[in-house]
Design a protein around this ligand. Structure first.
Ligand code: MSP
Length: 654
């Protein structure tokens, strides 16, 4: 039975490298929750990491001529530095390429295989030979490979399957018996109506074509399916099926898997089914949060390019406004569980209204007045008036209200509570007019009482803000000579001792001139976009083949051919089938140029061909050579032809 512990996880991130502020959302929320629970005195294990296997990484690395790890390592380092910039206090950063994780995935597969929950069968799908990828019928685009647009062929492949279908009734029961298991409620309806009602199909959990994965222990030709590999991180991080399962005993079942709504299906259907098959308890809760939108769509790298001048790069944002401001925006602005629109203007307005005006002003006015009237020494609290008691009561009840909100995982509500007390304190300044009291020697005790109240509210709010504003909260506590690591045991009014040193705090969140800043950001985004384009070009250049020797070149046989007949390839929009005379020989050639030349135009043309390529069948038609074309940036094609028309077919190109 686990006690006094809290296990919280983010999804593990694909090493895409195109990080944007949307990516920070899940992790910042989890960080605030992890910090909150640590301050409650719980033993917290906060897990995040990277999801590194799969076809995409394999292909990207191959295209660059490097190993998958050489491709991934710098991206993982980038992600870690982003988390460090945002003050993310994870306990472990797990990588699916970590040895202990791989071992655990293999043991999980073995256990499921031994119990009969994984069995061998046949998977049929549409195979794209050049991409070496298998697609399902629904993944195809106009009946062709969704990646390269080429023809695909129906193939059957031997695969291993997980008996997901068997677990559908138990998953429905899990939802019924544990309404807290999947939140918010709307996600339960999605899962039940879209997937569970119709029954589940067994899940194909092995690949032979994608080799960048975990090899299965019982069949080394097969590699793990990425989602089983990825989900297992929640257990491998705790040492599941290793020699040391202490962490597992302490932290499993997880208290919370926080995930974006698009991956709820994996966490709320596939994952509990696997856990049931392993004989483990399901996590206590899966929470599917909403998205940060831009222009009404999910913020993503491609969308970010489409929407003109919004700065979404987390590094730049933190550099300009500081990590607290970014954390605050993410935690406060997006209604929890729903989507929320991101714009630079909304971010700046939030920073100005809440952080610079409300919190910043309260703290700098309070510390400045104690400096001016009491030489930076906290005055004693004298006789309290009605107005003081009202503020004191609001501050005293604050922890309970914040905790209630955080128990519902609702950081926006928790922050709302704290900032409503900050507002009350600012209003209290207007009501008690300490600047007038300061002019009257006879009101000195009253002034002391007012400033004491303000100091206490600043301190209590700072303690409660620690999980959210990691830097500002510390600065505030320090200025009141409080221990920076003060926990939630210090949230009652009256703890500050008269005589304590109070240091004047300069504005912690300087006010931003929104109009000027938006103009600057617009220019910055334009600059960044230009820079962004350059690396792409560089990557293209890097992709260019390395220098070759004349002997390498000699391996390619190029000849002039004359097209003697040409027709469209049935069922293909792209392909033409040419009959080409090359000297004495006649060959069948298929080329993807139907969008640029009609069959009639082709007949009689002299073209340049590669004549020693291995023959292949494209759309069922034999191709024994490749006609060369030039392709410009717009994708337009033009045939290469010998400059003098009288040159004979069969002529060699040197
Ligand atoms: N690798 C999988 C998760 C495997 S977990 C066993 C994955 N990775 S991801 O990099 O695509 O996403 C990581 C997290 O970022 C997800 O929670 C996702 O929802 C979140 N976000 C990415 N873009 C987002 C927004 N625009 N808004 C909010 N969160 C979004 O999925």
């Amino acid at each position: 039975m686990k006690k006094n512990s809290y296990y919280i996880t983010t999804p593990i991130y694909y090493p895409s490298g195109n990080w944007h502020i949307g990516h920070c959302y899940t992790t910042v929320i989890c960080d605030a929750l992890a910090r909150f629970h640590r301050m409650l005195g719980e033993d917290v294990y906060f897990l995040t990491g990277t999801d590194e296997h799969g076809q995409k990484v394999e292909k990207e690395a191959k295209d660059r001529g490097i190993t998958p790890l050489e491709f991934i390592d710098p991206l993982v380092a980038e992600l870690k530095s982003m988390w460090s910039l945002l003050d993310i206090s994870y306990n472990r950063f797990i990588r699916t390429t970590d040895e202990d994780h791989i071992r655990c995935v293999q043991r999980i597969y073995q256990k499921l295989y031994d119990s009969g929950d994984i069995y061998k069968s046949e998977y049929s799908g549409w195979y794209c030979t050049p991409c070496e990828s298998m697609w399902t019928e629904t993944q195809l685009k106009d009946g062709k490979c969704p990646d390269c647009g080429r023809e695909v062929t129906l193939q059957k492949e031997e695969s291993y399957f997980f008996r997901l279908s068997k677990y559908a009734p138990r998953i429905l029961k899990l939802y019924e018996d544990n309404p807290e298991f999947l939140q918010p409620k709307s996600r339960v309806n999605e899962m039940v109506n879209n997937f569970l009602k119709a029954g589940l199909q067994d899940l194909c959990v092995s690949r032979t074509t994608v080799k960048w994965g975990v090899p299965l222990p019982f069949d080394k030709n097969h590699y793990s399916y990425v989602w089983i590999d990825a989900l297992s991180n929640y257990l491998s991080a705790l040492g599941y099926l290793s020699d040391d399962e202490e962490k597992l005993k302490k932290f499993w079942p997880a208290d919370l898997h926080m995930v974006g709504k698009e991956i709820v299906r994996f966490h709320a259907i596939i994952w509990p089914a696997i856990l049931m098959a392993l004989g483990l308890e399901p996590p206590k809760q899966v929470y599917g949060h909403g998205w940060l939108l831009i222009g009404g769509d999910k913020l993503s790298k491609s969308k970010q390019d489409a929407v003109k001048y919004e700065l979404t790069d987390p590094y730049e944002l933190v550099k300009r406004y500081g990590s607290d401001a970014i954390r605050y925006f993410l935690l406060r602005e997006i209604p929890f569980g729903s989507d929320g629109e991101y714009t630079n203007e909304r971010l700046l307005l939030r920073i100005n209204a809440d952080l610079a005006n409300d919190l910043g002003n309260l703290v700098s006015r309070t510390t400045a007045m104690i400096g001016q009237s009491f030489q930076g020494v906290l005055p004693a609290c004298g006789k309290k008036e009605e107005v003081d008691l009202r503020l004191e009561e609001a501050a005293n009840g604050l922890f309970g209200r914040v905790k209630a909100a955080m128990d519902r995982l609702n950081a926006p509500d928790a922050l709302d509570e704290i900032f409503s007390v900050v507002s009350k304190a600012n209003k209290y300044i207007d009501e008690t007019t300490p600047w007038i009291l300061a002019k009257d020697e006879g009101k000195r005790e009253r002034l002391g009482t007012v400033l004491y109240h303000l100091a206490e509210v600043c301190r209590i709010c700072a303690v409660l803000l620690k999980p959210f504003l990691t830097k500002a909260s510390r600065l505030i506590l320090k200025s009141f000579s409080c221990e920076e690591d003060e926990g939630f045991e210090h949230v009652s009014f009256g703890e500050l001792k008269a005589g304590a040193k109070v240091e004047k705090l300069p504005p912690i969140f300087p006010r931003i001139d929104v109009k000027k800043e938006l103009a600057e950001v617009e220019n910055l985004v334009k600059e960044l976009k230009k820079k962004d384009k350059k690396p792409e070009k560089k990557a293209e250049a890097e992709k260019a083949p390395a220098e070759i020797s004349i002997d390498d070149f000699a391996k390619i046989e190029l000849k002039v051919g004359e097209i003697v007949a040409c027709e469209k390839v049935a069922k293909s929009e792209k392909l033409l089938h040419e009959t080409v005379k090359i000297g004495e020989e006649t060959r069948s050639v298929v080329s993807g140029i139907a969008k640029f030349y009609t069959p009639e135009e082709m007949v009689g043309k002299k073209v340049v061909l590669v004549t020693n390529l291995k023959p292949v069948k494209l759309c069922g038609v034999l191709s024994e050579g490749m006609i060369l074309c030039a392709e410009d940036e717009t994708g337009k094609l033009s045939l290469l032809s010998p400059e003098k028309a009288e040159i004979l077919s069969g002529a060699k190109i040197r």
